[in-house]
Design a protein around this ligand. Structure first.
Ligand code: NAP
Ligand code: GDD
Length: 352
């Protein structure tokens, strides 16, 4: 049974990976959670259905509202209706490769969408006189062509994609609202974080989905792009703790959230295939379509400030993360295999 309701939180991007873990965390802490979701022609609430339908959580713990970060008027109405104590802006066109195909849309959603939400919060705060705390999902992608190793809060940004540029705008406009209007606004500069709920076109999940399917005989080959890129990969469940901790501080601030370890895509493949006793080199092939016009070669974060000020530590290490994702996706592939054998249509990626 969760704790009695104390605060209201509004979360954009609630249907995404982080939104689902954050919703669980906030409900467990006794919040009434309101989520912004986009209208879609097919269901897009798979990651939060278990929270929405949890009989122990009570009907008012999670409420979903249709909206879009590009619709500023609707955001203003929503903030007025929900009257939140805390706002977490996790919504974004978050795929770096896709941002090269949809640069304007990415700028409008990931960049200007943040401004739309900040404006709604600023106006509501002024009207009610009650402070609202704001969290902005900033990204290690802003470091891009890294100017320093490891990257910390003071490292200059050098974004390498329309997504990275949009996140730099969102980051600075959040800081500007903090400095101009005294908004309690914090930016979490989060390095890559993954989980069994990760979108299937991000490289880690693409790999673990393929490992499960290859192990079950549903797929033969995994097509990837740049295997040399290195990322500081953590577990999403650990990272949403940091978001909440930032908003509990008396003073707002900006924090790097990272594990302090970096691994290449090649290493991730090696580990993931080894979990099911397979040699990755027998299955992975390179497809130039998955290379990016400009790449971020190396990300490695220094989360010392978060450790000292927030008392935040990552709990799940690289091997455990890979193992957890492979176990989950192996189970998923086994279920798909059973359906496949029973003659049901199983959606398989076109070797994507
Ligand atoms: P995700 O799984 O891709 O989720 C993105 C969320 O944003 C989804 O709920 C999506 O809705 C929603 N969204 C997309 N466009 C929108 C729009 N125009 N209006 C309203 N909502 C919209 O991303 P994530 O991994 O959870 O990441 C959460 C946030 O952290 C994002 O801002 C991301 O850029 C940032 N970030 C992520 C990482 C990481 O490694 N995961 C690292 C640093 C920063 P649909 O479900 O309808 O698509
Ligand atoms: N997606 C993808 N697909 N990436 C591939 C592939 C592939 O087939 N092959 C190699 N890669 C490489 C990419 O070139 C990149 O260097 C690396 O794998 C990681 O790619 P993604 O998993 O797509 O993540 P990302 O680092 O570009 O972006 C993620 O992390 C950012 C934080 O640094 C996203 O979650 C962003 O929203 C987030 O801000």
């Amino acid at each position: 049974m969760s704790a009695p309701i104390t605060k209201r939180a509004l979360v954009t991007g609630i249907t995404g990976q982080d939104g689902s873990y954050l919703a669980e965390l906030l409900i467990q802490k006794g919040y009434e959670v309101h989520g912004l979701m986009r209208r879609s022609s097919s269901f897009n609430t798979e990651r939060i259905d278990h929270v929405y339908q949890d009989p122990h959580a009570g009907p008012s713990r999670l409420t979903l509202h249709y909206g879009d970060l590009t619709d500023g008027n609707a955001l203003s109405r929503l903030v007025r209706t929900v009257d939140p104590h805390e706002v977490y802006n996790l919504g974004a066109q978050s795929h770096v490769r896709v941002s090269f195909d949809q640069p304007v849309y990415t700028g409008e959603t990931t960049g200007i969408g943040t401004l739309n939400l900040l404006e709604a919060v600023r106006v509501h705060q002024e009207e009610t006189g009650r402070p609202i705390r704001f969290y902005q999902a900033s990204s290690s992608e802003m470091f891009g062509l890294v100017q320093e190793v490891p990257q910390r809060e003071t490292t200059p940004f050098y974004p390498r994609s329309p997504y990275g540029c949009a996140k730099v705008y969102a980051h600075w406009i959040t800081i500007n609202y903090r400095e101009s209007y005294g908004l309690h606004a914090s930016c979490g500069i989060l390095f890559n974080h993954e989980s069994p709920r990760r979108g299937e076109t991000f490289v880690t999940r693409k790999i673990t989905r393929a490992v499960g399917r290859i192990a079950c005989g549903l797929q033969k080959t995994l097509w990837l792009g740049n295997l040399d890129a290195k990322r500081d990969w953590g577990f999403a469940g650990d990272y949403v703790d940091a978001m909440w901790l930032m908003l509990q501080r008396d003073e707002p601030g900006d924090y790097v959230i990272a594990t302090g370890e970096t691994h290449s895509v090649r290493e991730f493949c090696e580990k993931a295939f080894a979990c099911v006793g397979l040699d990755w080199e027998q299955h992975v092939r390179i497809d130039p379509r998955y290379f990016r016009p400009a790449e971020v070669d190396l990300l490695l974060g220094d989360a010392q400030k978060a450790r000292q000020v927030l008392g935040w530590e990552p709990k799940v290490g690289f091997e455990a993360l890979v193992g957890q994702m492979v176990d989950h996706d192996l189970e998923l592939a086994r279920r798909e295999h059973t359906l496949f054998r029973a003659g049901h249509a199983v959606h398989l990626p076109s070797e994507a």
